[in-house]
Each structure stands twice: as structure tokens, then as C-alpha cells.
Design a protein. Sequence first.
Lengths: 287, 299
Amino acid sequence: MTRRRVRAAARRAALYAAGLAFAVFAGFPFYWMLVTAFKQNRDLYVGATDLSHVPWIFNDPPTLDHMRLLLGQTDFPRWVANTLLVVAAVVLITVVVAVPAGYSLARLAGRWGTRLGIGIFFTYFIPPTLLFVPFSRLVSLLGLQNSLGSLVLIYPTMTIPFCTWLVMGFVRSVPWEIEEQAMIDGYSRLGVIVRVAPRLIIPGILTVVVFTFTLVMQEFVYSLTFISSVDKMTVSLGVPVALVRGDVYHWGALMGAALMTSIPIAIVYNQFVDRFIQGFTMGAVKG
Amino acid sequence: MMRRRTLGDREDVLGALMLGPSLAYVLLLVGVPFVLAIVLSFSNATAGSLSFGWAGFRNYAAILTDPIFRVALRNTVIVTAASQALVLVLATAAAQVFRATFRGKRLARFILLLPWAVPVSLAAIAWTWIFDSTFSVINWTLRAAGLLHGWLYWLGDPTLALLAIIIVQAWRIFPFATVIVLAGLSSIPPELLEAAIVDGAGFWRRLFQVELPLLAPVVSVAVLFGVAYTATDLGVVYILTGGGPANATHVLPTLAFQRGILGADLGQGAAIAVFLLPFLIAAAIAILRLARSAEVGAR
């Protein structure tokens, strides 16, 4: 019996060790952001050849200098404002366009619904790196180059296909009986869509909002292509591209910005990841 | 008493009205640009002027004889294949760990998902700092552990830079793959595993002879997504190396960006990007097939 217990304990220890190893591999760059963002410069810029100076810990007391620089003397606050503006506009467009479309595919389009849905969904796979060349032409034709308007126009091309698909799947999972009952009670079909259905699919709409928010926050290719002035940039473009002054990398401020942006996105994303995965894999994988 | 049917009861009209905007957006702003991307690759269009001339296969002939393009194509294949091989191993192993219940699992899962959730450009800039030529914490740790006596110029040496790119791509994709494999694991009927245990199969035997074969479809979905995401990614290489040193680490997206956008040669940029299509078509077909078979299997 004791031998079995020892083996169980060993297995338990191995499990913790493996779990820890994966968390360390995944999380280490974020720990590194944290340490870098709050270290004093004389603690930060010690060459890695000096083995007596351990870079993993604070050898001097932490400092808020980099954060002050980031928030007071860089365009970071401006980028945050730009990003939130684009997020708001793209969320609005995506919800207004994709939610009715998803509902229509699930409830009104008949047997063509699924096929059309798959067709729309597959356009999500056409990557920005294939489309940025024609889009750069379109954006300059419309006179939108170097403006946030270009991002508001183009980002929905990434959110609408996936969100239409997501809403379609969600509406299908809602029992039809409630809407049917409302129609028996005298609502017209349109009345059901306007007054009854929205309440039933609120979680689906919320998923669309979160997906759009995280995607806009993450996007890099189109903003790099269309935006050239520093004051028009979004966070995910400005931080890696414009926080570098000349040849000088302010690593403390850079890592502070990366950390401050990453953590809120990760927290929100974490709540919805299973639903996204189910959507991405077309239901081949149930979360 | 029946209410009189009005236009608000016509399902076909309502359906078309509600679907219309989404369909129009997708057709006009994804479908048309997609066709345009291919048309542009046969043209001599430049960013400066709106003139548009037919160039035949000249762009393709130019890039196919261009050594930088060949290196970029080779790098795209190497980075994609190597990083996804890593993802396959990491995700299968991580899923074995995270299917168990243990203290602190929620926090561990949150940390595990960080690389996938955060903006790729911000993760890439953090890795640029980690691989810094003077301050690299990796070099310090390797030297402190006595494993390294010389010095690794991670982003300055073509081979090491490619290795760095592979590490970052694998790091970025494996959490996503892990969640997919985990979902697949939870859909294996427990009776099957119990039967295997009763038959005396140990952990490794269960893993290789029962679970992995059953997981194969789900794992391939994860890998195919990884292929599509990695092959078409611009951010990691653009920020980590910018295609350098001396154009040795370009991949197709960074080279298309450099020629098509920075160099204003839209035709050539489009032609380079067209070479991403095979990666995407293969992934799309395979995923569609898997989804079909899953649907059939569920019935």
C-alpha cells in the first residue's frame, strides 16, 4: 500500500512540476515585462556578461520613473485614446451588421443558411498579409491614408465574417419555442426579431463585442500599412514602432506599455476563449 | 383569430434584409480585394500613381529569380514546419497536464493563455528585449548555469535569428492548440479509457494507443490553424529582425510588405503574397473535411 502511495505522490509532484514548467514558459516574457518596467536604469542596463548581477530580481528598489516617462512624455495616452475610438466604432459596425446576419442565417435563410454561413466564415481565413496590397490602393483612392477612418473601414472585414458565423451558431443553440410562442401570442415575425430575439441572444452579442475588442487591440498589419504619423497610431502599432526614439530603446517604458495593454486584454479574452475556439473550429471541437 | 400577414411576416424578405449588409461587406471588402490581390500581381501598379498596366508574368519571373524571395519562401516553410512541430509536442503534453485537477489550475491556465491573448506586436517587442545582444537574460542564465561560454547574438546571426523566430511562433500558438486538444480530450468517452485501464494498459500505452489516435482529427485542426496563422504572420519577424541581418530572415509577409508597401511596387508585393495561398488552401480544405466528418460522426 505504501508503495502505491509513494507512486501517487510522485505522480502528483510530476504533475505540479510540468504545470509549473508550462506556466513559466508561457508567462516568462510577462514576468520580464514586469521586472523591466519597474527597475532603475542602473539595475536594468548591466551587461549579461556580469554573472554577479542577477537580472531576474530587483537588485535596487523598484522605481516608477519609466511609468512617469510613458504616461507623461510619450504619445502612449494618445494611442490608448485612438485605440478606444477605433474599438468603439468597429464594435458598433460589427454588432449592427453581423448580429442580424447571424440571426438571418440561423432562422430565416432556410437550408441555404449553413452553406452561406460557411462561405462567409471562410473569408475570415484570407489573411491581412494577402489583402494589404489591394487595401493600400483602396485606402488611398478614398483619401483615408494615415487616418483612423481607414482602420474603421477595414477592421470589420476581419470581424464581420467570424462574428456572423458565431451569432449563427449561437442562435441555433437557443430553443425556437420562445419565439414561436411569441408569434402565437400575436407578434409579427418582425416583432419577434425586434422585441423578443435580442434578449435571448445577449450572450452571443457579448461574445461578438469581446471578440471585436480583442481583435482590434491585437491588430498590427493594417495599422502598420495605413498609419504613418505617430499621433494617429494605435497602441499595438505605436508601442513597438514609435516608442523607440531614434536608436534609443526606452526598455522600461516599452515593457510597461506592453504589460499595461496586455493584461486587460488577456483577462477579458480568458472569459470567452472556449466560445471562440468552438467557433474557430466550426464546431468540430466543443469547448 | 389569425392576424393579417404583412410584410413583417415575410421570412424571405426579412432574411435578405438582415443578411444583406454582412454579405455586401464581405463581397465588396474581402471578395473584391482578394480578386484584386491576384490581378495586381499581374500588373505593374505602383503606389504613387493610379496607372495600371498589364505585366503578364513579369512580376513572378522577377521574384522567382530573386535570391531574397527564395530565402523568404524557404524561411516561411522552415519557420512554419518547425514551429508547428514544436506546437504539436508542447500542446499534447500541456493538455495531459491541464486535464488533471490541481491547486492553482485557474491561475496556471490564465498564464498559459497569455501568449495567445496578447497583441502579437507587444509580445514580439518583449522577445526583442529578451534576445537583446547586450542584455539578453537568456544568455545570462545559460552562462550562470555553465551551459554557455561564448556569446549568442540571437538576432544578429541568421541561424540563431531563425531559431528565435521559431521559438516565438511556437510560444504564441501552443496555448491555442492546447485548448483545442483539451476540448478533444474531454470528448473521448471515459468508458474507453476505463476499458484500457482494466485491460492493464499503463499511462504511455493509453496515451499512444488509445488517446492519440482518437485525438488525431482534433490535433490536426490545431496544427492547421497554427500553419495558417504562422505562415501569414507579419508582426513577429517584422519586429524581431525586420528581415535582417542582411535579408536572411525575411518571410513572405515581411518581404511582400517591404516590396509592396515600403517599396511602393504593388505588383511585386501582391505576387509575393500570392505564394501564401497554398498554405491557406491546404488548411481550409483540411478543416472543412474534418468538420464534415465530425458532423457525420455526431449523428
